[in-house]
Design a protein around this ligand. Structure first.
Ligand SMILES: [Zn+2]
Length: 525
């Protein structure tokens, strides 16, 4: 049966040497072309799924005179003979000294391929064998999947948003992700009132937006239960008719003790929604089951959630998701399991409602960057002295730098902005911050709410990403991004709220010069 809703990808972009064919350095000889095992069959599966294919390849051998353009075309003809046709070949003929916009890790080839194939980079996935491929994909806003070879460096593997064992494995993952976000058995008729749930902070609520939009497209009415820290983000989401704010002690990072009276009041409040069904969105380390019990007690007849734990009679749709899936797709896949798809004309991206509340401050005029030094979780914040050095370096490179932060971060923003920026700390609510970020060339920020605000607004992100949680799951979604910070630091995958390593090395080592270079890559000119 054909899945419903928009596909996750329109096109797959493939690196050539080491990904499609054996890497023969500076090869100008068709006789030396050797496809990698399983490549033909894997590509044919993508073609059969209706995906368009392009090759994106650095060929500096042209600039260096090691082979001619004619020889390269002969090699490409041989590759097509062995692997089937490609819809486009995007080739960078330059070397590192040319400073071109196309040589990976620059995103130019991804832009060219997407344009030629009639789509956008965010609707493309790039498969390649080294860090340059992943960096080019991210800088264009595309998805990246690394297929390491013996020459791939360990730090490139650590930094990659996703890793597959080989090209057939990457193709499995591409097709699996697409199937997961689209219901195979769509609902007949609209649901009535659906209660959707996403506790936790602003970023989590924003990442659930596509899943909530899918539910809203198939429901008469949507009520959202969120926590106090997610309330402001909930107000920015399209598709939400009513917001219920309630802290959940099994979700909160610093929870209050469970109060039986409070749980009774919550159950009564949930019953008052009179929902026909509930979809409980969670992150991979949270349990939907305590709330499912309260929803049952509130009389909700149909409940869908992700649960590895046995749910007994608490869930009607028990969904399971492998690790490493981007959070927005995790949410969309639960919506799909419950029978909800994004409508035609929508697509899997973060979005804010068109009628944002009136801002408390005006959007700054002119050209500027935003540095947001704070983070909702301390382990994910770049140290203030390093943020100050980043502001100083950006100012020295000729940028106007605005420093933003919440009301509780005024001291931090004042300190960071003193290095050469303008301090806007505490002057805006989340909607006001959205206005400022929307007008920025680029946002420099850790793994925290404003990164996802930028993703929803299409503003490129220099992500100072502490590896305490997987980058592939929490990276700014489908927006041009450069990842900085030590992906292999000892805090990796600890989910620590406070950095467990003396000196916070994953982010304290970020070189301000690399932030300047990242801004140039994301927002040239
Ligand atoms: Zn080039």
């Amino acid at each position: 049966m054909k899945p419903s809703g928009p596909a996750l990808y329109d096109a797959v972009l493939l690196d050539r040497d080491g990904t499609l064919v054996e890497d023969v350095p500076y090869n100008g000889d068709p006789e030396k072309v050797r496809p990698l095992p399983g490549a033909r069959e894997a590509l044919d599966r993508l073609r059969a799924a209706g995906l368009r294919l392009a090759v994106v390849t650095n060929q500096s051998g042209l600039a260096r005179g090691y082979f001619t353009e004619r020889e390269m075309h002969a090699v490409h003809a041989r590759i097509e003979e062995l692997l089937g046709p490609f819809d486009h070949w995007a080739v960078c003929p330059h070397d590192d000294t040319d400073g071109c916009a196309c040589r990976k890790p620059a995103p130019g080839l991804v832009h060219e391929a997407a344009r030629t194939l009639g789509t956008a980079p965010r609707r493309c996935v790039l498969v390649g064998d080294i860090g340059r491929d992943m960096a080019a994909a991210l800088a264009a806003g595309a998805t990246g999947i690394l297929v390491p070879t013996p020459v791939t460096r360990p730090e490139e593997v650590a930094e990659a948003p996703a890793v597959a064992r080989d090209l057939p494995g990457a193709v499995d993952e591409i097709l699996r992700r697409d199937r997961a976000v689209r219901p195979v058995v769509p609902r007949t008729g609209r649901a009535g009132t659906v209660l959707v749930v996403r506790s936790d902070s602003a970023g989590d609520v924003l990442l659930t937006g596509p899943g909530i939009r899918a539910v809203a497209a198939g429901a008469e009415r949507v009520a959202l239960l969120c926590g106090p820290r997610g309330r402001a983000a909930a107000e920015l989401l399209p598709g939400v008719d009513e917001i219920i704010e309630w802290p959940l002690p099994w979700i909160d990072g610093s929870p209050e003790p469970v109060d039986p009276d409070d749980m009774r009041r919550l159950t009564a409040r949930l019953a008052a929604v009179d929902a026909d069904e509930a979809v409980v969105f969670t992150s991979f380390h949270q349990s939907a089951l305590p709330l499912a019990l309260l929803l049952r007690m509130a009389g909700v007849p149909r409940i869908s959630a992700i649960s590895d734990d046995y749910p007994g009679s608490l869930l009607d749709v028990r969904h399971r998701v492998p690790v490493g899936v981007p959070e927005p797709e995790r949410a969309l896949s639960l919506a799909a399991a419950a029978g909800f798809a994004l409508p035609a004309g929508d697509e899997p991206v973060l979005r804010l409602r068109a009628d944002l509340p009136a801002p408390a401050v005006d959007r700054p005029a002119g050209d500027y960057l935003v540095v947001h030094p704070g983070a909702s979780v301390p382990a994910r914040a770049c140290p203030p002295e390093r943020c100050a050095e980043i502001v100083a370096a950006l100012a020295a490179d000729g940028h106007r730098v605005l420093v933003t932060g919440g009301p509780g971060e005024r001291e931090l923003t004042a300190r960071v902005a003193a290095a050469g920026g303008t301090d806007l700390g505490g002057t805006t609510d989340l909607a006001g911050l959205a206005r400022i970020v929307a007008g920025a060339r680029c946002l420099v920020v850790g793994n925290t709410g404003p990164a996802h605000l930028a993703a929803a607004l299409g503003t490129p992100v220099v992500s100072l990403f502490a590896p305490t949680v997987p980058f592939g799951q929490w990276a700014p979604y489908r927006v041009p991004t450069v990842r900085l910070g030590d992906a292999g630091a000892a805090c990796r995958d600890t989910r620590a709220a406070r950095c467990p390593v003396a000196g916070h090395p994953c982010l304290s080592g970020v070189d301000p010069a690399r932030v300047v270079a990242a801004v140039r890559r994301l927002a040239p000119g």
